[in-house]
Design a protein around this ligand. Structure first.
Ligand code: FES
Length: 400
């Protein structure tokens, strides 16, 4: 490679790296300002979100008494700052009381720190707090109903990923993420600008099917997952809007603006991807909640109930070693499934039974009682079934 090209490539890579990190932090601050609006809500305890909260506070309330007051001073020019204790402001109190109420009525989000326990804080802590913010349910509830009303169950199963045996959404986001990442690199490679434009357009087109599967999954999640999911979706919609604006600027010949919008869009998309990772790995949305069954179920015959104690045609909860199971008696035959639904761990023993299948009480997945086979989602995989036998009037189970 000629020295001049090597230098240009090196410069481009370094610039891209710096821009990416800058944009990512900008995205984090944007979310901090938009969704928390104040240092009380945890996000502001991080540097980036604190920056966002300070900006929001300055714009909304005037110079705020926050750690970044110097930033406000710089932005407001020579005007003398009058520091205000924002905790006394009614709107802040209102937001805070709304949050406190919601924390009392919602289960503590998985992994969320207890009140006053700052030792476990990390970048996911603001999202844990959002997960407990029931005010978002006013938005989520009608959206969930609308999505469920327009999705036929067969199509919904495909969108959930039943043919794959796991969620489809993560597979589809490869296209927009890959295209936008490539575009971000090519934007700074001489002679590749048209390719970057094309990749941005491809990414925007690929975002549509990814969004459709994401919304289908979202409509069958628990409330605390849906609250975080709303933030995830808002970030993605914002990223697509920024990319479209970037494309328009490029088509008009304003490449500088187009490239700048692309960098910001990539940062927002990266932040949204981080939130998606939080949903999948911290809140366990989309994972198989029966994956641990082989490690918990007894491999030897283990008594779980007396046959005489089991009512006919009624799901009953029992314990087989470390595994919670649901038993279902059909005459002399007893069926046993892992009790926690593979979709999101709903209690199958509280479900309803018809035509030899149990329907999960949480989101309606149906599993064959004899085999555990999946009849309909949103689960994407079968429910583990255990072998059963009756010895001396006792029902025994084991993993086959
Ligand atoms: S927990 Fe969602 S269908 Fe069972």
């Amino acid at each position: 490679m000629p020295p001049s090209r090597f230098g240009a490539a090196w410069f481009g890579a370094a610039w891209f790296g710096a821009a990416w990190f800058g944009a990512a932090w900008f995205g984090a601050a944007w979310f901090g300002a938009a969704w928390f609006g104040a240092a009380r809500f945890g996000a502001a305890r991080f540097g980036a979100a604190r920056f966002g909260a300070a900006r929001f506070g300055a714009a909304r309330f005037g110079p705020a008494r926050l750690g970044s007051a110097r930033l406000g001073s710089a932005r407001l020019g020579p005007a003398r700052l009058r520091l205000v204790h924002t905790r006394t402001m009614p709107s802040r109190r209102k937001i805070r009381s709304s949050f406190t109420r919601s924390a009392g009525t919602s289960p503590r989000p998985f992994g969320a720190p207890r009140r006053g326990n700052a030792g476990g804080m990390n970048l996911s802590t603001p999202l844990d707090r959002i997960a407990g913010w029931s005010a978002l349910d006013a938005v989520a509830r009608p959206m969930r109903k609308a999505i469920q009303s327009v999705l036929p169950s067969g199509l919904a199963d495909v969108l959930h990923g039943r043919p794959l045996g796991h969620a489809l959404h993560p597979a589809l986001i490869e296209l927009p993420v890959g295209a936008w990442t490539s575009a971000a690199v090519l934007d700074f490679v001489p002679g590749q600008r048209r390719a970057a434009d094309l990749l941005i357009a491809v990414g925007c087109a690929g975002a549509l099917p990814a969004a459709v599967t994401g919304w289908a999954d979202w409509a069958a999640q628990r409330p605390e997952q849906q609250r975080v999911g709303l933030i995830h979706a808002t970030g993605n919609v914002t990223a697509v809007a920024l990319y479209v604006a970037s494309l328009v600027a490029r088509l008009r010949g304003d490449r500088r603006r187009g490239r700048l919008l692309g960098v910001v869009a990539y940062g927002v998309a990266g932040t949204a991807a981080f939130i998606g990772g939080h949903l999948a790995y911290r809140q366990a949305a989309g994972v198989n909640h029966a994956a641990a069954v082989p490690y918990l179920a007894p491999s030897d015959w283990t008594p779980v109930a007396l046959l005489a104690d089991l009512p006919e045609a009624t799901p009953v909860a029992a314990q087989a070693g470390q595994l919670a199971v649901v038993l279902y008696r059909d005459g002399a035959q007893v069926h046993a499934l892992a009790d926690r639904c593979a979709h999101l761990a709903g209690p199958l023993h509280e479900g309803t039974v018809s035509d030899g299948a149990v329907t999960c009480p949480w989101h309606g997945s149906r599993f064959d009682l004899a085999t555990g086979a999946l009849e309909s989602g949103p689960a994407t995989t079968a429910q583990p079934a255990l072998d059963t036998r009756v010895r001396d009037g006792r029902v025994e189970v084991r993993l086959g």
